[in-house]
Ligand binder design. Structure first.
Ligand code: COA
Length: 243
């Protein structure tokens, strides 16, 4: 589902069956033009956070992403976007406060460049990550710091022209797994391996020290548009993606 209109709104309730995971893509360059309307939907603390951004674009993109997130959540819950209350884990992962009817609803958000991805499921922890593919940094140095040995071997085996895209495939898959766990960087990045294979729908290769953990998650590439890499990680299997 793609949102590219600053006038985006949901007129009717939307249904999210337990066996589905919904992924929405937001084109921020157009959608953020509705800033004045979007900011009406935000809570006081979100407006205060928006006001602290140094750059106008960052403020507008944050405001639009939050407001669209609220609009879609309210669509699933048949409620008012501005009435939703979030709580935050110790590492900053937002979720719906208990007390919302249908608070089994899980979500996660990511933004990079001009794109935001918003993922939703019923009763399944999930994490999503999108990155604009850039080539203006030393990918080997960063990979040496953040990727497991196995992942560094996969990266080195790619043709040189493929390495930046491969780097971001790896990065987004690792990040989606971390975000699904909700633990932030307290989960050591060297203790799990992801695949760098294009289009992989089963990309969590191993977890350490307990390798049975890998079977508890589905990690896959998801489409985010030309020039972007993205991944989605969901607890459990047997779900299908609607995007
Ligand atoms: C939030 C975090 C988990 C990801 O940050 P990011 O990739 O810069 O940002 P994204 O746009 O993908 O995600 C941000 C969104 O995730 C959500 N989020 C915040 N903290 C989160 C957490 N601990 N877990 C899951 N989701 C979180 C929020 O909705 C946030 O949106 P907001 O900033 O508009 O409130 C960051 O705190 C982090 O730990 N990054 C690790 C970076 C790193 O070194 N990764 C190595 C990968 S190899």
């Amino acid at each position: 589902m793609n949102i590219c209109d600053a006038a985006f709104r949901l007129e009717t309730r939307i249904v999210l069956p337990e066996e589905e995971v919904h992924l929405w893509r937001v084109e921020l360059a157009s959608v953020a033009k509705g800033e004045q309307r979007w900011e009406q939907i935000l809570s006081g603390d979100e407006r205060a956070r928006a006001a602290r951004f140094h750059f106008l674009r960052d403020r507008q993109y944050f405001t639009a992403t939050r407001a669209v997130l609220r609009t879609i959540l309210a669509g699933y819950l048949a409620s008012n976007p501005a009435d939703l209350v979030f709580r935050y884990s110790d590492t900053g992962k937002p979720s719906l406060s208990p007390g919302h009817v249908g608070s089994q609803l899980e979500f996660n958000a990511s933004h990079s460049g001009d794109v935001a991805l918003l993922a939703f499921a019923q009763g399944r922890a999930l994490g999503v990550d999108v990155e604009l593919v850039r080539e203006d940094f030393d990918h080997e140095a960063i990979a040496g710091r953040f990727f497991s040995e196995q992942e560094q071997h996969q990266l080195a085996a790619l043709a040189p022209a493929e390495r930046y895209l491969g780097f971001f495939r790896c990065w987004t898959r690792k990040e989606a797994y971390i975000k699904a766990q909700g633990t932030g960087l307290s989960l050591p990045l060297h203790q799990f391996d992801v695949s760098l294979k294009p289009g992989d729908e089963n990309a969590l290769l191993s977890t350490r020290p307990d390798n049975t953990e890998a079977a508890n998650w589905s990690l896959r590439e998801v489409p985010a548009g030309d020039g972007y890499a993205a991944a989605l990680c969901v607890r459990g299997g047997g779900w299908r993606l609607k995007s």
